[in-house]
Design a protein. Structure first.
Length: 89
């Protein structure tokens, strides 16, 4: 459980950044303002064996898509049970 208590230092993109970031409500907003991502309650660990989105980000510009750190291609395919979505990085 002690290993689940971490803080992440984020890269500062500047005030004119095309990125918009939103931390999870359980994350400390004052620390996030200092480019640090950690739980509000420092004594509470991240949940184990559970997926938790702790930071959402949005690229709010069409000027230079080369800045986006992740590109995902998706394609839906119908099968007998429904639809399967294939994904590739």
């Amino acid at each position: 459980e002690e290993n689940a208590k971490v803080a992440l230092k984020l890269q500062y993109y500047g005030d004119q950044s095309p990125f918009q970031f939103t931390p999870h409500p359980n994350m400390s907003k004052p620390d996030f303002g200092e480019d640090l991502l950690k739980m509000k309650n420092a004594g509470k660990p991240y949940p184990k064996d559970k997926t938790l989105g702790i930071l959402k980000w949005r690229f709010a510009s069409k000027d230079d898509e080369g800045l986006v750190p992740l590109k995902v291609t998706c394609w839906p395919e119908a099968n007998g049970d429904g639809t399967v979505t294939g994904m590739a990085p």
